[in-house]
Design a binder for this molecule. Structure first.
Ligand code: PMP
Length: 389
């Protein structure tokens, strides 16, 4: 049986991690894999996470099953952070815990496939490389459109407007709620407003991927586009990840929320999400969501988490400012948000940056701004110049 399989290409970012580790040069800089790093280059366990883990160790008295929807108190406590306090959301929103944002996207895709198999998913490119395969594996048709021009680092807004305007009622629009991966280019609030109007006018369903809330301009600001859209549309899906903003990566913590047109549809959405979770993973892993719940249940731990998240956000934006200060023509990096920027370069140039300068970034030209220190800005700019970027 297995001889019929074709080999799949290895994950290039994982190869990059190995190559970086094997590089013995001092001064090498890792802008590759998409995790936050602190001023010591570490990806730390956040202080509030440590406190919550200690609390759980001391007090958790059972690990019995919770069910396919996971920890519903976790799901509820995240709600005001994501959606604010609008009463509308109390009656038309339902959520389940999922293994990471990836699990939320998977269940979201299957829910769309179950409800409306002919819906197309509109996906602006470039995007997170896992988006298109997740939708395809749920047997949904993906319609690509160009989202940015990497040479000018500008949103191709006419292309966005064309894609949305030419879609059929019920088609789904994947939107990065904040901190676009891989480009760091978010829509302006004026553009978000126009997108919201198009969603409403063409009866399109937004699927908002919110994987970096708090790492752009702060928790509230990063949620503003999501809240504006939900205020205006009838139905929406929100795939949320706590893996970046709680630093929980391999614990796999996320949630899928669905906003229905009316209260009557809530039960249908809820029972379908639970049934889909059941056939995918039966029940989500508990520990990470229990940590987040514990933090959000405690005012002290919540304050600790918020303060450290702000520090992380400031550090990334400080690195962005350091590059902009070192090279005026890279000033766009300081206007972008989240962990990433995507420079326009060939994979040969990315390879030369690694081989000649010890600067590691994805072959696509995506760089993780959290991987550097402000003092590295000069070396990064010098290397980019030497390679003609
Ligand atoms: N969406 C985007 C845009 C992402 O960048 C990521 C993670 N890289 C995810 C979703 C998935 O997050 P998780 O690790 O929680 O599955």
């Amino acid at each position: 049986m297995f001889e019929k399989l074709n080999n799949r290409p290895a994950d290039s970012l994982l190869a990059l991690i190995k190559a970086f580790q094997a590089d013995e040069r001092n001064g090498k800089i890792d802008l590759g894999v998409g995790v936050y790093r602190d001023a010591m280059g570490r990806t730390p366990v956040m202080r509030a996470v440590k406190a919550a883990e200690q609390f759980l160790l001391d007090t958790q008295d059972s690990k019995k099953y919770l069910g396919p929807e996971g920890d519903l108190q976790f799901v509820r406590l995240l709600q005001p952070i994501i959606f604010g306090k609008s009463p509308k959301f109390d009656h038309r929103l339902v959520g389940i815990q999922t293994p990471g944002g990836s699990g939320a996207l998977r269940i979201g895709a299957e829910l769309i496939q179950t409800a409306n198999p002919s819906a197309k998913v509109l996906l602006g490119t470039p995007s997170w490389p896992n988006h298109a395969p997740i939708f395809a594996s749920a047997r949904l048709a993906v319609k690509d459109y160009a989202f940015v021009d990497l040479t000018s680092q500008q949103v191709k807004f006419e292309s966005v407007v064309d894609a949305l305007s030419s879609s059929a009622e019920g088609d789904v629009v994947l939107l990065h709620g904040c901190c676009h991966n891989p480009t760091g280019i978010d829509f302006t609030m004026e553009q978000w407003l126009e997108i919201t109007e198009l969603l409403v006018a063409h009866k399109l369903v937004p699927l908002i991927d919110l994987a970096y809330q708090g790492l752009g301009d702060g928790l509230e600001q990063d949620a503003a586009p999501t809240r504006m859209i939900l205020d205006a549309v009838d139905e929406a899906l929100i795939a949320y990840s706590c893996d970046k903003n709680f630093g929980l990566y391999r614990e796999r913590v996320g949630a899928l929320y669905v906003m229905t047109r009316n209260v009557d549809d809530i039960g249908k959405a809820e029972s379908n999400m639970a049934a889909l979770a059941r056939v995918n993973w039966s029940m989500p892993p508990d520990h990470g969501a229990a940590i987040v719940r514990t933090i959000l249940e405690s005012p002290e731990m919540s304050a600790m988490w918020r303060a450290e998240l702000e520090e992380m956000c400031e550090r990334v934006n400080g690195n962005r400012a350091a590059i902009a200060a070192a090279a005026a023509d890279l000033a766009f990096i300081s206007r972008q948000r989240g962990l990433f920027s995507n420079l326009s370069m060939s994979k040969e140039t990315a390879a030369a940056l690694r081989a000649k300068h010890g600067i590691y970034m994805a072959d696509s030209g995506r760089m993780n701004l959290a991987g550097m220190q402000p003092a590295d800005a000069g070396a990064i700019v010098t290397a980019l110049r030497a390679e003609g970027c």
